[in-house]
Design a protein around this ligand. Sequence first.
Ligand SMILES: [Zn+2]
Length: 420
Amino acid sequence: MQTRGAYRTPDGLPHVDRARLESTLLTLGEIGRNPETGGINRTAFSVADLEARRWFISKLEAAGLTIRIDPIANIIGTLPGTDPGKPSLVIGSHLDSVPEGGRFDGALGLMIALELVHAISDLDISLRHPLEIVSFSDEEGGLVGSRGWIGMLNDDDLNRQYGGRTLRQVLREMDLDPDDIDRARRAEGEIAAYLEVHIEQGRVLEREGLQIGVVEGIVALDEYEITVTGVANHAGTTRMADRRDPMAAAARMITGVREEVLRLGGNLVGTVGRLETEPGAPNVIPSVVRFTIDIRDPSHLVLWRALSNLHEHFDTIAREEDVEVAWRTLAQIPPAPADQTVMQALLDAAGRYGYRHKVMPSGAGHDAQSVAAIAPMGMIFAPSVGGLSHTPAEFTRIEDTVASADVLLQALLLLDERLP
Ligand SMILES: [Zn+2]
């Protein structure tokens, strides 16, 4: 491997070391790799995840950071700033993967963060703000580590199972005190800005031939369970006119979700992912059909409009089919907008390099979403080849990875200047 270190082009723009960044990505990509499929199996607190954590800690230490493990097992490496008492600039992402996941989800963000620390040292840059690199625990299981930062963990989280052990037990095995997770909370004002690079996990950037997506915010997400109740009856002897068939009604409602989402357009997406029927026999008209709706948009207002239209539409169908319909809320997650100053720094940085970019929402949840509750947040996306993610086929080109790293480095320097 030929590394030359980070460098500046004659126009003064800093560039990261491509070979070094590629090499750390490859090394991490060996930890938890299934040799048969190439899939990454680094689910939170598995043997492979623990190995990745140790490896990452050693890399951060070698880069000169001071390491602290917070009460929810987030790894935090700190580089002091030159102005005492300033809040931190924080760059985060995650080491854990889904089962048979890819090499880039989470890993890309942390390997770029590590490369930035090296680049800062190569280029003799001193930041006024302290810099923190954070690997959040169990992102894939529901933003566990980052929710710890905003005081949103509860007993359900602590009792969750990880390979036969509860999170409580896992934390104890790591010499952490599960009754102490409240102390993982970060105070408002402690973080000057939070930055994260993540793979896009979609095809917007690829389709438009772009290298960088500057995230304007993480979408609002609502989940509902719809129960349609009719009357169970014999499939052979009940005339069509005499039926109160919840399946026929549910079918119209499910099609209605798609039609309404397409009609409103924009960034709105809607999914029916689960369907259950009672009693579920081929020769019985069902008594009950249940299905879920997952609906997301960057704007609360758009979500609200879609949902109120769907409510009305479902009521009409229920009347026509002579069945009952009931909604139950499973989740309502508010949107997490990016901070304007942070977003501007990312846009300015992308513009200076001439990297092709656009502003876009994030349809997936990320640790940035939690942190946005207590600190100014900004995110960028690197293109996913074929839009694939959570599969061994997940891939992001090194040129695009380098572009993201350069932009993050430049944005970090701009924010260090611009933020109070
Ligand atoms: Zn991720």
